[in-house]
Write a protein that binds this ligand. Structure first.
Ligand SMILES: [Fe+2]
Length: 517
């Protein structure tokens, strides 16, 4: 799980610092039998004067973490240079057993729009060094922003070869759109195994995160750039909606499971303190600004969503496809993907945003996708197609508020796509009001190209689609245009598979819709 090289690096750092640190040891710090930084380090949620730093002490990651039932002090340090000669900020955080000895440090007082390096120490051990970056000041016009977005990383179905390449890119930010872990084992031709059963309890979810986060390529992508994150269903349970599980578990039981899953998610992500969960509730939607160039709206379309309409008998979830004549409820305007409160927050934020590019980062594809070849239509009710009036509200709000350059990011379907978002998808003359970019999955298996081509024939607003390749998408944002590169590897079954551009599209300022370049 942890490669020999990484283990040796950790062990060397551990030995060196243990020899050098008699003073810190006197502070009644924990002593570790092994490197406690096995799950890596991360940064997230950059702003003009700081970001959040994350790590979790886990000397025995696959045996509950291997920490005592008492808190441990963790020193953190941010420097303006890779060699840590100029310290920019430092402090001590408390890693408590209640939060799996994770630390979330909200750093402030840094300078805008520049790189920083960070590391942690505890009990004589030193973490690897991470690189991060502050955002430009809100009023300042950054000239360029380059970000990647990714989703869907079923651990068993492939290596994180895509992250290995992502870590070598030149990025300001990574946006993760969910399915960071999978609770269940599925798919074919596994290259590695979960080795434990589906998680239900807090300890079980912690174990699943420890497994995923032990991957050195995922760790490298976290250590290289700040991330912002949102979840989809598999962080808890396939196709769950709000308080309802796919198997219709008793509500209290499912909310207890959701509380465990949300807490483990928080414990393993570089999330600011404001996201710390309370019971089964956790605030995740957020807005992140890059000067006047771009603003991200990161949405949570799981926690507050209306239950999916017309489920299969005795089932929750939306894993069925329905025909409109059999499911009139789909068109009910009372249905919401985000919940009314988050909808209001989003529309207000979009209206107030002075950014040139407004990027809505969320879980599932937004464009209508009729899956039935020929006349009639079949829709997947778990995604936005199950909530068409809510989608119409959002796109109408974008249009009526004249939101500048709206881009919607989506994941979930293990298929890269570039779509025009229209208020009326049935009418080809209805203008595109926003551009949708759906990333390929990091490792999760996707649909065959035959199915994808049928989908494109049925849905002319899908301008590009590919479900056979794994990877991520990068976007280069400047004031004049955004250049979109779908970056895919040859095979997720090989760690040294090269990466290439599967497609390059550009979105021009003031003109929704991406064109191939
Ligand atoms: Fe997925």
């Amino acid at each position: 799980m942890i490669t020999r090289r990484r283990f040796l690096q950790g062990a060397a750092a551990f030995a060196a610092s243990a020899a050098l640190a008699p003073v810190t040891r006197a502070l009644a710090q924990p002593r570790f039998a092994a490197d406690p930084f096995t799950l890596g380090i991360a940064s997230g949620y950059p702003h003009a004067s700081g970001m959040t730093l994350w790590t979790r002490l886990a000397p025995r990651p696959f045996a509950g973490g291997g920490m005592p039932g008492s808190p441990a002090q963790v020193q953190w340090e941010v420097a303006g240079d890779e060699g840590f000669r100029s310290t920019a900020a430092q402090g001590t955080a408390n890693a408590s057993p209640e939060w799996a000895h994770s630390v979330h440090v909200d750093v402030n007082g840094l300078e805008p729009e520049r790189p920083y390096w960070y590391r942690f120490r505890s009990g004589g051990a030193v973490s690897p060094v991470g690189r991060t970056r502050t955002a430009p000041l809100s009023a300042a016009a950054a000239s360029r922003l380059r970000f990647a977005f990714a989703s869907c990383q079923q651990y068993e179905q492939g290596y994180y070869t895509a992250y290995r390449h992502m870590a070598r890119e030149d990025l300001d930010l990574v946006v993760h759109l969910g399915d960071y872990i999978y609770e269940s084992s599925w798919g074919r031709n596994h290259v590695r195994a979960h080795a434990t059963d589906e998680p239900y309890t807090l300890d079980e979810y912690r174990g699943r995160y420890a497994l995923y986060k032990s991957d050195e390529n995922l760790q490298a992508a976290h250590a290289a750039f700040p991330w912002v994150v949102t979840w989809d269903d598999h962080e808890v349970n396939n196709d769950y909606a709000n308080d309802r599980s796919q198997k219709l578990d008793p509500r209290d039981e499912f909310l207890a499971r959701r509380a465990a899953a949300y807490q483990a998610y928080y414990e393993h992500m570089p999330l600011p303190a404001w996201a710390r969960p309370r019971g089964s509730d956790m605030r995740l939607h957020a807005s992140v600004a890059y000067g006047s160039l771009a603003r991200f709206f990161v949405l949570d379309a799981r926690q507050y969503k209306s239950h999916q309409v017309c489920p299969r008998p005795e089932r929750g979830g939306g894993s069925n496809v329905v025909r409109d004549e059999l499911c009139a409820g789909r068109l009910d305007p009372a249905l919401s993907m985000l919940g009314r409160e988050q909808e209001r927050w989003l529309y207000e934020g979009l209206g107030r945003s002075g950014a040139r590019w407004n990027i809505i980062a969320q879980q599932t594809p937004m464009a209508q996708a009729d899956r039935r070849p020929g006349p009639g239509a079949d829709y997947w009710t778990d995604g936005w197609d199950g909530y068409p009036r809510a989608r119409e509200r959002l796109l109408t709000s974008i249009q009526s508020q004249r939101v500048s350059n709206p881009i919607v990011l989506g994941g979930d379907i293990h298929m890269a796509a570039i779509n025009d978002l229209r208020i009326d998808f049935g009418n080809e003359k209805s203008p595109a009001v926003a551009t949708e970019l759906v990333c390929p999955s990091i490792s999760s298996q996707g649909p065959s190209q035959k199915r994808v081509e049928l989908l494109m024939q049925e849905n002319p607003h899908i301008k590009f689609a590919n479900g056979t390749r794994r990877g991520y998408t990068t976007v280069d944002v400047t004031s004049k245009r955004s250049v979109v590169r779908i970056r895919t590897i040859g095979s997720e079954k090989e760690l040294d598979s090269p990466i290439r551009n599967l497609a390059i599209h550009a979105i021009e300022d003031g003109r929704p819709g991406a064109e191939r370049v």
